[in-house]
Ligand binder design. Structure first.
Ligand code: ATP
Ligand code: MG
Length: 588
């Protein structure tokens, strides 16, 4: 999509890509037409979920509930749900909860919340991998009986040694050719809790010498005496992800199982497993197919869950929704928008080649959308007094500022003017550098939406800091009156009436990392944290902002986009977070 496309327009998967071409080809070949959606009796319907309605294609977003979703997941969510929308199909939200130890309800809730916030709806298709544990167990028994799996009692070290390396083939271990009945008996004992964690595993029997190491009899079940967040203590053996995932897809009649590139070498196992189960009558054809795409890598960001958990646990950030964190909860609190994310997903597209996306691309998407939706307000972030010496004391008048310059329908609001104002400290210079068109003694500027004023001087404290700037106004030059054009000035600054403005906490967020590739070259990524990733200030805000509700986004003129913090604001006392500056300040 062109960079100029209107961000408000629907942007989900509006661009063609290799995945869409693949799906188009499948649809025109009628690949999934034969499928009797949900109507077929048998194992394809063993799951406890809602019946599947007719849908041309089915995709899924399968997070493991062991952390909060991050910006990379947003790419995957927009892709999978976007494809379902485009093809009038369905996208499932499936929690891949096959690992009992690290999973928690808090994560399940936060993931649902984030997907909905991004603007997507899984309807009746919300599932858990743990719903299929019975089926997976039966599938494992079938594989054993059919000679496609065996219980291996080698130690972990022996197994590793016999598995070979990338350059050497593996060697069969002593249990590989044991009779199926013996493996089955052992597997049942595993299930009954008769063996300790790690004592033995169930392995698929494929090809121990395969050049693809993933086919060298991969482990499919292990003993883990742990309490699961949903099934409690019902199981003490758990399927491995590589075994569970294809089965989950097949049971939900997913057509296109889209995953990141590191699973490419797993695809032969995916196809092997589903093929064997279909041959055995445990699954109906056509089977789902795996398609890989390049994951999102963003400069200045760490996206691995392990690193995010470390940042939260070690309190380098204030929590999962810290506005500096690349979680969706953090981005939301930062003031980023779902539309901005969908625009981003569309702009970066999907490809087969790994690459890095500049963080500024994401920021540009947020700017583009925020520019469209955010009303304008005035804030003075680093205030210094400006006194209009020829303006009568006690007098005040209304100036009118448009709420959105490109959208006159949003109207104007009153900004009161009086004798004493707040202006930005940087808008005054006692000695003006070359090219400085703002306030300096003898120079005139326009007070935006007000009058032209001429600077007459300043007061300073003992340390030499400017405490008050003085000026005089030209009464005939008020904006919006016929006299406004009579005096031409080069500078135009924002201001607030000191008697009317309100002091408020504002947090100026910047990037969490100062290096484009945090932790590159094996360096501890914590060393790359940006020490200036947040600066908390007391700013002066225009009076109308006192009533702004949590989550409301504004453009503070000349500064950037800000949102009312959802965590720390109180009625009448909003706290603001900076989402993004008006321009990229990181360009070298
Ligand atoms: P980890 O950070 O430990 O690698 P994960 O991010 O892969 O974990 P999952 O819960 O397994 O965590 O991810 C859910 C889905 O999101 C998967 O389908 C995965 O491919 C996709 N996904 C994860 N990270 C990215 C990324 N950076 N870009 C695109 N998709 C991603
Ligand atoms: Mg993963």
């Amino acid at each position: 999509m062109s960079k100029n496309a209107k961000p408000g327009a629907e942007t989900v998967a509006s661009t063609s890509n290799f995945i869409r071409s693949h799906i188009d080809a499948d649809l025109s070949a009628g690949k999934y037409a034969a499928r009797s959606w949900g109507g077929k009796p048998g194992p394809a319907r063993v799951h406890a979920g809602a019946p599947l309605d007719a849908a041309k294609i089915r995709t899924r977003f399968p997070p493991e509930p062991n952390g909060y979703l991050h910006l990379g997941h947003a790419k995957s969510i927009c892709l999978n749900f976007g494809l379902a929308l485009h093809y009038a199909g369905a996208c499932h939200l499936r929690f891949d909860d096959t690992n009992p130890e690290k999973e928690e309800q808090e994560y399940v809730d936060s993931i649902r919340d984030a997907v909905q916030w991004l603007g997507f709806d899984w309807g009746p298709n919300g599932y858990f991998a743990s719903d299929y544990f019975d089926y997976m167990y039966e599938a494992a028994e079938y594989l054993i009986s059919a000679g496609h799996a065996y219980v291996d009692e080698q130690s972990a070290e022996e197994m590793r040694a016999n598995r070979g390396t990338l350059t050497e083939p593996g060697k069969p271990g002593p249990w590989r050719d044991r009779p199926a009945a013996e493996s089955l008996a052992r597997f049942r004992e595993m299930r009954e809790g008769k063996h300790a964690d790690g004592a033995m595993v169930l392995r698929a029997k494929i090809d121990i010498a395969s050049p693809n190491i993933n086919l060298r009899d991969p482990v499919i079940y292990r003993i883990r005496k742990a309490t699961h967040h949903r099934t409690g203590d019902a199981w003490c053996i758990y399927p491995l992800y590589t075994f569970a995932h294809p089965i989950e897809d097949a049971l939900e009649q997913i057509t296109h199982s889209i995953c990141t590139l590191e699973f490419e070498d797993q695809r032969p196992f995916y196809d092997w497993l589903l093929g064997k189960l279909a041959d055995g009558g445990l699954l109906a054809r056509p089977l789902p197919q795996q398609i890989e795409f390049a994951r999102l890598n963003l400069t200045y960001v760490a996206l691995s869950k392990r690193k995010l958990i470390q940042l939260v646990d070690e309190k380098h950030v204030s929590g999962w929704d810290d506005p500096r964190l690349p979680t969706l909860a953090g981005a939301r609190r930062r003031g980023y928008t779902p539309e901005g994310f969908r625009l981003f997903a569309d702009r970066i597209g999907v490809s087969k080649a790994d690459s890095w996306i500049e963080y500024s691309v994401l920021e540009d998407c947020m700017r583009d959308h925020l520019n469209e939706i955010a009303e304008r307000r005035i804030a003075v972030l680093d205030p210094v007094k400006l006194v209009i010496d020829n303006y009568p004391e006690g007098q005040q008048e209304d100036c009118f500022a448009p709420n959105h310059p490109q959208n006159p329908d949003l109207g104007k609001r009153v900004v009161p003017l009086s004798r004493e104002l707040w202006i930005e400290r940087e808008d005054f210079a006692e000695q003006a550098p070359k090219g400085f068109f703002r306030l300096f003694p003898g120079n005139s500027v326009r007070l935006r939406y007000g009058y032209v004023v001429k600077c007459t001087g300043c007061e300073k404290d003992a340390a030499g800091n400017v405490t008050v700037v003085h000026c005089e106004y030209l009464p005939e030059t008020k904006s919006g009156t016929p006299g406004a054009e009579t005096v031409k000035v080069k500078g135009n600054i924002h201001w607030l009436s000191a008697a009317h403005s309100q002091a408020s906490e504002v947090r100026l967020y910047d990037r969490l990392f100062k290096e484009a590739h945090p932790g590159a070259g094996g360096r501890d990524f914590l060393l790359d944290l940006n020490p200036d990733s947040v600066k908390t200030i007391t700013a002066q805000l225009e009076p109308s902002l006192a009533a702004a509700g949590p989550g409301t986004r504004f453009q503070f003129e000349r500064h950037g986009y800000f949102v009312v913090d959802t965590g720390d604001s109180a009625p009448g006392k909003p706290v603001f977070n900076r989402a993004v500056t008006l321009r990229d300040s990181w360009v070298k």
